[in-house]
Ligand binder design. Structure first.
Ligand code: PLP
Ligand code: SF4
Length: 446
């Protein structure tokens, strides 16, 4: 039997109240506060008490994943905030300094603001992104927070209020109207933040309408969530846990596929009794759990960690799905790693596991033209190259057409790569520019 846990959140104001943190020196705690004044900090009692190994800090991966580290800001930024806190600057001044630093940290990577938001009846559909033909993302407004924040999060800007939840939608008709009128959409992916922070009532309001006959073309409902890792009690002992599982069953009974897109960064997140129980209960409803994670320095930059994680996942019936490359935003200089290293880790993990774990694809960059994976490193006619491949493309025709970039050890994103074999551009670039221009025009008009 799993003992219930009452949820307790810790934010910036509670840093001194976390008992385990008192094994750090006052100065080390101060460092955490400095960075947490810039990047969003939030954790909870489950993460602190059951996932972090306090005998192994600061190196413990779960500690690195949820607690800010001094190195996440460069010296100049760090000192500016540290100085303001030391001289007890006013809240307004601290906020101002925080925002200045945030603007230096590329708060809005990959132009998601306009290029992915669809227009319907001459108006943008708020809270919806439709980039790949079959799959539509929906960002419920009540699901734009998480049970704990990952220090590397590429959506960090929304948690510090930098985009006023422009991505979010309420449960009203508009996103439904859009889906009803787009029969090519087979998959709806609820995402955030974390939609599973919502109350059962809210969750039902988003999901149940999609079970009606008018949405027969929506075959797959997906929920992107970190809750199974950060707050598994949601499915086990929370007041609404049975209701959540009943809702999942209802989706299955309606003949849809329900995929929980579980965000896992480390095998530790699957190691506690309550985490395993949550997985079992979700799977018993008929839902599948597929897993994804970025590669993150200080957290999982080790092939053995990935191999062990994928094995633990398959053992529990989860399906490894994506390995992502960390995006260029926030504290990325602390977390990011070059594509060459990312591929090396992927390959060294992949060769350790059986075919059942090899459902995982990557390392993949969610870049402007699409999801681009590094498939290999090769030497062709004497030139060392990255072999790249679209797993998803803004134009589906781009998928599975290998293309080549000059190998270089340091690049960590698609836009830093140069075409190989003396070519001026990658095969998709002209078409991409056309698509983006057309999108921008539509937006202007709306
Ligand atoms: C990853 C992603 C999807 C889902 O792609 P699948 O390969 O079907 O899992 C949909 N939309 C966007 C914008 C994405 O980044
Ligand atoms: S769970 Fe996902 S959205 Fe939430 S903080 Fe972590 S990476 Fe960001």
């Amino acid at each position: 039997m799993i003992k219930p846990m009452k949820m307790k959140f810790y934010g910036l104001r509670h840093i001194d109240q976390i008992p385990q943190l008192h094994q750090l020196t006052e100065e080390e705690r101060f460092d955490i506060k400095v960075v947490s004044n810039v990047l969003p900090f939030r954790t909870n009692n489950y993460v602190v008490e059951q996932l972090i190994n306090w005998e192994n800090i600061p190196d413990d991966p779960m500690f690195q994943l949820t607690f800010m580290q001094k190195g996440m800001l460069d010296k100049k930024h760090f000192n500016k905030m540290a100085d303001a806190l030391k001289r007890n600057a006013s809240n307004d001044e601290i906020k101002k300094i925080a925002n200045e630093i945030r603007f230096d940290l590329n708060p809005h990577p990959a132009g998601q603001m306009t290029a992915n938001v669809p227009i319907f009846e001459d108006e943008p559909v708020q809270g919806v992104q439709h980039k790949y033909k079959e799959t539509c993302l929906v960002f419920p407004s009540a699901g734009q927070t998480c049970h704990a924040y990952c220090t590397f999060c590429f959506r960090w800007a929304q948690f510090v209020g930098m985009n006023d939840l422009k991505f979010a939608t309420d449960e009203s008709k508009r996103f439904q109207d859009y889906l009803r009128n787009h029969k090519e959409i087979t998959d709806v992916l609820f995402t955030g933040g974390d939609p599973m922070v919502m109350t059962l009532q809210k969750l039902e309001a988003y999901i149940e309408p999609l079970l009606r006959p008018e949405f027969d073309h929506i075959r797959n409902i997906r929920i992107g969530t970190k809750s199974v890792a950060y707050w598994p009690y949601k499915y086990v002992t929370d007041d609404e846990s049975d209701g959540v599982l009943r809702l999942f069953e209802k989706v299955i009974k309606a003949g849809k596929h329900l995929a929980i897109m579980g965000h896992y960064n480390h095998w530790v997140e699957l190691s506690t009794p309550v985490a395993k129980e949550a997985v079992k209960r979700i799977r018993n409803t008929g839902a599948e759990i597929r897993t994804q994670s970025p590669l993150i320095k200080h957290v999982n930059d080790d092939p053995d960690v990935w191999a062990k994680m994928w094995k633990a996942q398959v053992k529990l019936g989860l399906v490894p799905y994506y390995m992502f490359v960390e995006r260029d935003t926030g504290a990325s200089s602390y977390f990011a790693m070059p594509l060459s290293r990312a591929f090396d880790i992927y390959r060294k993990a992949y060769i350790q596991v059986s075919g059942l774990q090899r459902t995982v694809r990557g390392p993949s960059m969610s870049a402007t033209p699409g999801k681009v994976a590094v498939e290999g490193i090769a030497t062709i006619n004497g030139e060392k190259v990255f072999v790249l491949n679209f797993l998803q493309g803004r134009n589906p025709e781009w998928v599975k057409r290998p293309f080549f970039a000059k190998y270089d050890e340091k690049s960590n994103w698609l836009d830093q790569l140069t075409p190989a074999f003396g070519n001026d551009s990658f095969f998709y670039e002209d078409e991409l520019n056309e698509i983006l221009e057309k999108k921008a025009e539509e937006f202007e008009a709306a």
